[in-house]
Structure formats: structure tokens, C-alpha cells
Design a protein around this ligand. Structure first.
Ligand code: GLU
Ligand code: ZN
Length: 490
């Protein structure tokens, strides 16, 4: 029987979760689910200098918002707990010492001043940068001596001086590192904390990780990891480095291109299911025609053999398109609940939403559903639903070109008479009667409908007129037409 798939997402809490991170998490998650395996969340927080207040909470919030459930991890535990590396420091210490005992690693007593001096010398002599391996072959006496001066040495790996380090990456194929280019990198720092390399390898082994999926930027680290697996005499997992994510200009995706943090997308009103659908296509495709996939589908169909190695382009308008699609397919009551915060932000409704406000929002939902791509756009296209009169953003457009003010007043008065039957006569009949005003007043259709639209919504770009009028209700329609006529007369 094949080994059960176990994958891990191993973020370092050094900043807010970003697109690259959740791309890895989602690939991990769907790969695990589709192959009947386990998905593990592991927090790699051993670099205390880079830890960032709030980053850990952001990881948990992101998972909750995306609706991704890990099988093992912090807050949940599992057979390999703890899943937070800062709580596993003794384990790494033990393994680092084991490598020293076996002759695969050594204590390095050099202080930062010496390392800096070495760096400068190498720079001057145009030599390859890096540690000069001074402490690699110390005699017992030399070591005793140095220990007195520096009781807290680091531990470095003894990297083979020649030969090469090779591994097979699922995506990038055979990768070959010349050992001469590699450093005797640090495993355990002087504060007793492990480096990322040591902690990551020890945990991938102890937690029985079968596949490591992570961004292409980690490919160079894989050399260090292979050397460590070899030194420990452990079997390495399968490596699967995921293609870079680029902006549409071909540059590495960054702030310059737009939002990159999950929290920003969330705040702007992207739906998790839309973001997931979009992100899963950053480096993976099912075939060359289907692109809309639900979470439930992805849990069945995601395979790593369909990951490609060419960089993925992040197309913001495509993401918006996905979001609009998921909004249109959403249940109205659910959408209602999701838009509430955006109306609060604009102080259009109270902090403790009243029943009346809910009623208004319930009427708004069908009006905006077909028109918005992100939730944050909802308030600005429905502001006219609040208050007695709308804010007349385009008042000057109430008098169309080549039409006299007097005619507009007459049209609005006629419209009032027709629309008095709003709700008691069919919309099509009323619409037909409004059309007849074009002949009566000798104007084009726009000269009938635009003044009505401005009078009712204050803007020339509102959702469709009849749904708007029905949402406002007859009384408000009458009142606003009346007020517009008064305003025109003054
Ligand atoms: N802690 C690393 C990060 O911040 C994980 C890299 C890996 O998956 O090995 O992304
Ligand atoms: Zn040294």
C-alpha cells in the first residue's frame, strides 16, 4: 500500500499572510484532500528577531476565513504536537548535537566581528563569500581555548568539500548543486534556537511529511535540506517547488501591482471561494477549458502532476471577474449579511443595525447583485436607497441636451401620474406608458428616462429603473418626483 500523503504548510509569522503563502497552503490542502492524506499547519517561529505582532493571529484568521481546516496543527494538536517550532527547541538542540557527535557538524566560536572581517577580506580578494571554515577542524586544545572566550558557539554543518548535491524536484526536474558553492551553514544559533534549515528538516522528518510543496524561492534552500537529510541518514520527502507569481508586467508580484495580502482582499470584499478559485489557477490547471471550480470539486480533482513550472501571472481583473461570478451565484440573504459591514463603514446604517435598515438592505441586494464585483462597491451604487431625498450627484443631467426645462417639468409630472400605479399595474405596462411620453413631448427615450432616473437616484448610473422604483416603493417615487419638479421650478 502506498504511504499516506502528509503535507505541511509552514508559515513564519513575520508578516501578514500573502498570496504566495496561501497559494502554497491551498495547493497543499487540495493535494492532501484529493489523495486522502493529511494537511498539517506548522508555525515556523524560531527566528525571534523577525517575529511580528499579530502575524500568528492573522494565520489563524486567514484559515478560518478561507474555510480551510487543517488535520493537525496548533489549537488542534495531533500525534506530532507541538506544531509551533518555538515550543520544540529542545528537540532541535538534541538533533544538532547528534550531528556534532557523529562528526557531521561542528561548533563554531567565531564572533560577528571575525565573521565581518572574513567577509571584507573575501570581498577584497574577490573570493566566493561565506564562512572560511576556521572552526571545522580544531584540535581539542584549540577548542577548549576558544570555548573560554565564547561559551555560546553556533553549530555548523560540515558540507562536503567536493562532489555535488542532487535531487529530483517534481516540477523542476533534476537539480544539481556543486558542493563547492555551498556554505557550512548554521544549524543552531548562539541563543540555542535552530535555524530554519535545521528546524524544517527535523520536523519534516519527525512529522512524516511525504511531500514538500513551497514557492520556487525556496529552491536554493533545498540543497541545504538534502545535505541535512543525508547527514541524519533520513529519507527526504518529495520536493515540489511551485512556480513564481508575477504581476502582469512580468515582475515578481509586489505591492506595486496592488493588494497582495489576504487581509486586503478580505477587506475589499473578495469572497473566499472566489479567491480560492483564482489562486488555485496560479500554476495549476485542470484542462484548457474549465476554470470555475468549487472547493468541493477541488478536493477531488487537484493533482500535482498538473502543476506547471512557468511563472503564473496575477491578473487582478480576472480575480474581480471571479468575484462577480461568485457574488451573482450567492444566496441573497447571505449576500445581505456580507454587505452590512461596508454600509456601516460609510455610516449609512447604524452600528446596531435596525430592522428598518435590514429591510432596505434586503431590497438593495437584488439591485446590486448583478452589478458589483467586490462587496466594497455596494454602498456607492445604492446610496440613493437611504434618506428622504438622494444626493443629487448629477443634477445638471436632469435637463437633457436640446430639451427645454419646461418640457422636463411636464414629463416628470406625467411620469408621476403614470407611476402612481407602481405596484398595482404591471411594470411592462407602466414602462410602455412612459415610452409613449416620447411621442407626446417630441423627445427621445433618454429625455424621458434620464430625468426620472436623476430625480429618483440623483445619479445617471443607477441600477435598472424599474427594480430601483420597486425597491423605493410608490410613495418615495411620488415624493422624489414631486421634489425634483419643485427644484426645477426654482
Ligand atoms: N517557514 C518558511 C516560510 O516562511 C517555510 C518554507 C518551507 O516551506 O520550507 O515560507
Ligand atoms: Zn568559527
Amino acid at each position: 500500500m502506498a504511504q499516506k500523503v502528509r503535507v505541511r504548510y509552514a508559515p513564519s509569522p513575520t508578516g501578514y499572510q500573502h498570496i504566495g503563502g496561501i497559494r502554497t497552503a491551498l495547493f497543499d490542502y487540495f493535494f492532501a484532500k484529493a489523495s486522502g492524506g493529511d494537511f498539517i499547519l506548522r508555525i515556523e517561529d524560531t527566528d525571534q528577531t523577525r517575529s511580528f505582532e499579530g502575524a500568528l493571529e492573522d494565520i489563524y484568521d486567514t484559515f478560518e476565513w478561507l474555510g480551510i481546516d487543517y488535520d493537525e496543527g496548533p489549537k488542534k494538536d495531533g500525534p506530532y504536537a507541538p506544531y509551533i517550532q518555538s515550543q520544540r527547541v529542545d528537540i532541535y538542540k538534541k538533533y544538532a548535537k547528534e550531528l556534532v557527535d557523529k562528526g557531521h557538524a561542528y561548533y563554531c566560536y567565531c564572533d560577528s566581528e571575525r565573521l565581518e572581517k572574513v567577509r571584507k577580506e573575501k570581498e577584497q580578494n574577490k573570493e566566493q563569500q561565506g564562512y572560511d571554515r576556521k572552526c571545522r577542524d580544531l584540535s581539542k586544545e584549540e577548542e577548549e581555548d576558544l570555548k573560554k572566550k565564547n561559551p555560546n558557539p553556533v553549530i555548523r554543518l560540515k558540507v562536503p568539500l567536493d562532489g555535488s548535491t542532487v535531487f529530483e524536484d517534481i516540477i523542476f526536474g533534476r537539480i544539481d548543486f556543486d558542493n563547492k558553492t555551498l556554505q557550512d551553514f548554521v544549524l543552531l544559533k548562539s541563543d540555542g534556537f535552530p535555524t530554519y534549515h535545521l528546524a524544517s528538516v527535523v520536523d519534516d522528518h519527525l512529522m512524516e511529511i511525504t511531500h514538500v510543496l513551497r514557492g520556487q524561492e525556496w529552491l536554493p534552500s533545498a540543497a541545504n535540506h538534502m545535505l541535512l537529510f543525508k547527514a541524519f541518514n533520513w529519507t527526504p520527502p518529495v520536493y515540489c517547488h511551485l512556480p513564481l507569481i508575477m504581476g502582469e508586467d512580468g515582475q515578481k508580484l509586489s505591492k506595486r501591482h496592488g493588494a497582495t495580502q489576504v487581509i486586503e482582499f478580505k477587506n475589499q470584499g473578495y469572497l473566499p471561494e472566489a479567491l480560492i478559485n483564482f489562486v488555485i489557477l496560479l500554476g495549476w490547471s485542470f484542462n484548457d477549458k474549465d476554470e470555475v471550480f468549487s472547493v468541493e470539486q477541488l478536493k477531488k480533482i487537484f493533482t500535482i502532476d498538473k502543476i506547471n513550472k512557468s511563472p503564473a501571472a496575477f491578473n487582478y481583473s480576472k480575480l474581480k471577474w471571479f468575484n462577480g461570478l461568485y457574488i451573482r451565484n450567492m444566496d441573497n440573504e447571505k449576500l445581505l449579511n456580507l454587505i452590512i459591514p461596508y454600509y456601516k463603514q460609510k455610516s449609512m446604517i447604524s452600528e446596531n443595525v435596525t430592522e428598518d435598515e435590514i429591510q432596505i438592505l434586503r431590497k438593495i441586494v437584488p439591485l446590486i447583485k448583478e452589478r458589483i464585483e467586490i462587496l466594497a462597491d455596494a454602498p456607492q451604487i445604492s446610496f440613493f436607497m437611504f434618506g428622504e431625498l438622494p444626493e443629487y450627484k448629477n443634477w445638471d443631467m436632469i435637463i437633457p441636451k436640446n430639451v427645454e426645462k419646461k418640457t422636463v417639468i411636464n414629463i416628470l409630472n406625467d411620469a408621476k401620474e403614470i407611476l402612481y400605479n407602481l405596484g398595482s399595474q404591471k411594470d411592462e405596462d407602466l414602462q410602455h406608458q412612459l415610452y409613449e411620453l416620447t411621442a407626446k413631448h417630441g423627445v427621445k427615450a433618454g429625455a424621458v428616462f434620464m430625468p426620472i432616473r436623476i430625480a429618483l437616484t440623483g445619479t445617471n448610473k443607477s441600477p435598472d429603473l424599474f427594480p430601483v422604483m420597486n425597491a423605493l416603493g410608490r410613495d418615495k417615487v411620488m415624493f422624489r418626483l414631486e421634489k425634483a419638479v419643485e427644484k426645477l421650478k426654482n
